[in-house]
Design a protein around this ligand. Structure first.
Ligand SMILES: Cc1cc2nc3c(=O)[nH]c(=O)nc-3n(C[C@H](O)[C@H](O)[C@H](O)COP(=O)(O)OP(=O)(O)OC[C@H]3O[C@@H](n4cnc5c(N)ncnc54)[C@H](O)[C@@H]3O)c2cc1C
Length: 431
């Protein structure tokens, strides 16, 4: 069942009581008054061995693996708001590893394998559900590109099956395969091991496990400056005072350019709003995830019964966590044709997050010219699925000050060497 990260001799469980059916029964007996806090709320120390900026899934996963795998426990995660309040808690939770390029397959499959054992590893129910992710094609051209992609995916040992319209209809009864609609369903490909996980639980699970190993998780603590001593990092200025540290990992997604500018670095990143919405809850009608790259729409049904719909990025750069109406309107118009059942539903909530996109739609996991300063960003519209893999390789990079084989292609120098990992060109969409 999945694989666990190599912990060496370290990473033994800390002192927290284990969540289990027995602890649930025991706490039910005391009306749930005796649950231990999932993580502490410590005051920041004056100095740490390393500081991670950003309490989203990637930052918390990084801190957890630094402690669990590399034995670095005198570290802090600094979050300006609340844990998971950024893109982690705003995303539509699609998890898959069926990317075109070898470098992408390596990192996303690494993450998927970690997902498969993550609930046990963290002792936290992250509600990981391998319900499958089906990507549909709407034209002959898309179908041809898809079959090329499926061959490449299979060569990397990743599961992928091509389905025709009738097979798709049998798999997803609510889909409309009438060929006269604007975006007819011509076929698709399915990754059965793909699916979803509960986003908040992922942040909370990593936070609890990291805290258990001694990591200080400090919320409401905004980093306002990066202090350098010549070519090395010296520490971080925060709203709760200066913190000295020789290593800083920046994992702030949509705000990574702002953070980089604090150290005088310019990143090849554009920050844009990405929107999603949920309908009122209904009975179960959809037990898989459907993606359409041409429409730029993806849909699944949450465990509560809400239909979860996501759109493409807005066409302009912004730091506002909301978007414009034309983008979801376009997605819903096509969605109603593809899933006529949607026309009867009312929208419940609608929101946006700020995604950090690189020109090649691949992330940055990298050292910088400032010694001790590292960036993990550029996950854009599709980084949730990478959370465990990203945290795992970034922790390794910070601990050893060199990228491992999976992380190496994602270094910043690819924008000088030209060795881009062009998933934009490959997939057109990177959710
Ligand atoms: C609407 C939407 C749908 C998406 N759908 C999917 C999907 O289906 N599948 C998928 O794989 N990905 C999806 N994504 C992308 C995914 O959400 C992100 O790539 C991923 O969650 C990034 O995680 P993170 O931990 O890097 O960032 P975040 O969760 O954004 O965490 C960064 C944290 O840094 C904090 N921060 C920022 N500046 C500072 C500062 N100065 N000091 C301290 N803290 C700071 C922020 O408050 C934030 O909590 C979607 C994104 C959105 C917005």
């Amino acid at each position: 069942m999945g694989y666990k990260p190599d912990r060496g001799a370290r990473g033994l469980p800390g002192g927290k009581p284990k969540y289990s059916i027995f602890s649930l029964a025991r706490n039910a007996g005391s009306y749930h008054q005796d649950w231990q806090r999932a993580w502490r709320a410590p005051e920041p120390k004056a100095e740490y061995d390393a500081v991670i900026i950003g309490g989203g899934g990637h930052g918390l996963a990084t801190a957890y693996y630094m402690a669990a795998v590399h034995g670095m426990t005198n570290i802090a995660v600094l979050e300006k708001g609340w844990l998971g309040g950024g893109n982690t808690g705003r995303n539509t939770t699609i998890i898959r590893s069926n990317y075109l390029w070898d470098e992408s397959a390596a990192i996303y499959e690494h993450a998927l394998k970690l997902w498969e054992g993550l609930a046990q590893d963290l002792n936290f129910n992250i509600m990981f559900s391998q319900r499958g992710v089906l990507t549909i094609a709407h034209s002959e051209h898309e179908l041809r590109e898809m079959s090329r992609r499926v061959h490449a995916i299979k060569l990397n040992g990743i599961d992928s099956d091509v389905l025709g319209p009738e097979e798709i209809k049998a798999f997803v009864p609510i889909i409309n395969i009438d060929q006269s609609i604007r975006y007819p369903v011509m076929g698709g490909f399915l990754q059965k091991r793909g699916g979803t996980a509960r986003h908040d639980a992922v942040a909370w699970g990593y936070a609890r496990a990291a805290d258990d190993l001694g990591v200080d998780i400090i919320q409401n603590c905004e980093v306002t400056g990066l202090r350098r001593n010549g070519d090395s990092i010296e520490g971080v200025e925060t709203t709760r005072g200066f913190i000295k540290t020789p290593k800083v990992g920046c994992v702030v997604a949509g705000h990574c350019s702002v953070m980089a500018a604090m150290a005088g670095i310019r990143l090849p990143i554009a920050s844009r709003p990405l929107q999603a919405l949920v309908s009122e809850p209904i009975k179960p009608v959809l037990d898989t995830v459907i993606m359409s790259n041409a429409v730029h729409m993806y849909i699944s049904q949450s465990d509560k019964g809400e239909m979860v719909l996501g759109a493409g990025v807005d066409k302009y750069n912004s730091y506002a966590q909301r978007g414009s109406f034309p983008t979801p309107e376009h997605m819903i118009a096509a969605g109603v044709e593809l899933f006529p059942i949607l026309s009867r539903l009312r929208m419940l909530r609608h929101w946006g997050g700020i995604v950090d996109t690189c020109p090649d739609a691949s992330p940055i996991i990298s050292r910088t010219d400032v010694k001790g300063l590292y960036f993990n960003c550029g996950w854009g519209t599709g980084g949730f699925k990478a959370t465990p893999g990203s945290g795992h390789v970034f922790a390794d990079l910070i601990a050893h000050d060199r990228p491992n084989k999976i992380a190496a292609p994602y270094s910043l120098d690819r924008f000088q060497t030209g060795l881009l990992i062009d998933e934009h060109g490959a997939a057109g969409v990177a959710h």
